[in-house]
Design a protein around this ligand. Structure first.
Ligand SMILES: Nc1ncnc2c1ncn2[C@@H]1O[C@H](COP(=O)(O)OP(=O)(O)OP(=O)(O)O)[C@@H](O)[C@H]1O
Length: 223
């Protein structure tokens, strides 16, 4: 689904990583960990075509990310749901409108019943008409997850989805991501939270990758 082959990335002259290989197979569950600044967010951006590799090749659903035309970019955006690190809501729109935004942007109408179901699934039924600044950290993260899945993507890429939430809320978010994986979705979570990874490994068969010193490696079994 998403394949990185000998990939390098540089911001300006400084190479962040190189010779990086990754395959996200359908239905797989991956964690991406590593020190702050190692390039996890950058790697996720390469995986959804927001950035183009400065070396090697990224293939998204079999297509080289460098050669995606407008339609293919739109198709890729539909097939990959992203939970951004900073959530990125439009503060003048309600929570429900923010969640439905990918559909609105794609010119599709929101099925009210689907939106109600989705709000219920993430536990935000009561908050549907509130504005994003009125939400708690955990509610924001759940709204971001709902927005990421509203287009029924095949792949979910989540960047620190449990940042700034307590343990109980991180378990709740993890349960939603595990549920999505059990429905057949491919999941990749970038996180610093080792205890989250340990909790997940009791629930799902997950590969843990560590980005460090410009290389991507399988983490040890102790994780
Ligand atoms: N647009 C940019 N221009 C220049 N440098 C950037 C840009 N975006 C990120 N960087 C740098 O690239 C490095 C990797 O950033 P990135 O956000 O990918 O790391 P990360 O592993 O996700 O970090 P964190 O865990 O702190 O979120 C950092 O040193 C960062 O300052």
């Amino acid at each position: 689904m998403i394949e990185l082959d000998n990939v390098a990335y540089s911001y300006g002259g400084a190479e962040l990583f190189s010779a990086l290989n990754l395959q996200l197979a359908p239905g797989s569950f991956h964690f991406l960990t590593g020190p702050s600044g190692a390039g996890k967010t950058t790697l996720l951006k390469l995986c959804y075509g927001e950035l183009i590799a400065t070396g090697g090749q990224v293939r998204l659903f079999g297509q080289d990310s460098r050669s995606l035309d407008r339609d293919s970019v739109a198709d890729t955006r539909r097939r990959i749901g992203v939970v951004h690190q900073d959530c990125q809501f439009l503060d003048h729109l309600s929570v429900a409108e923010n969640i439905a935004l990918p559909l609105t942007v794609a010119g599709q109408t929101t099925q009210a019943a689907d939106l109600v179901d989705l709000l219920g699934w993430v536990g935000l039924t009561r908050q549907a008409d509130q504005l994003p600044p009125q939400l708690s950290g955990g509610e924001r993260q759940r709204a971001a997850l709902a927005r990421a899945v509203i287009m029924s993507p095949e792949v979910i890429l989540a960047d620190e989805p449990t940042g700034n939430v307590d343990w109980e809320m991180s378990q709740r978010l993890l349960a939603l991501l595990v549920e999505l994986n059990k429905m057949g979705k491919t999941v990749l979570i970038a996180t610093h939270d080792i205890s989250l990874i340990r909790a997940a490994k009791a629930q799902v068969s997950a590969r843990v990758l560590r980005l460090k010193d410009r290389r991507l490696q399988l983490a040890g079994a102790d994780l």
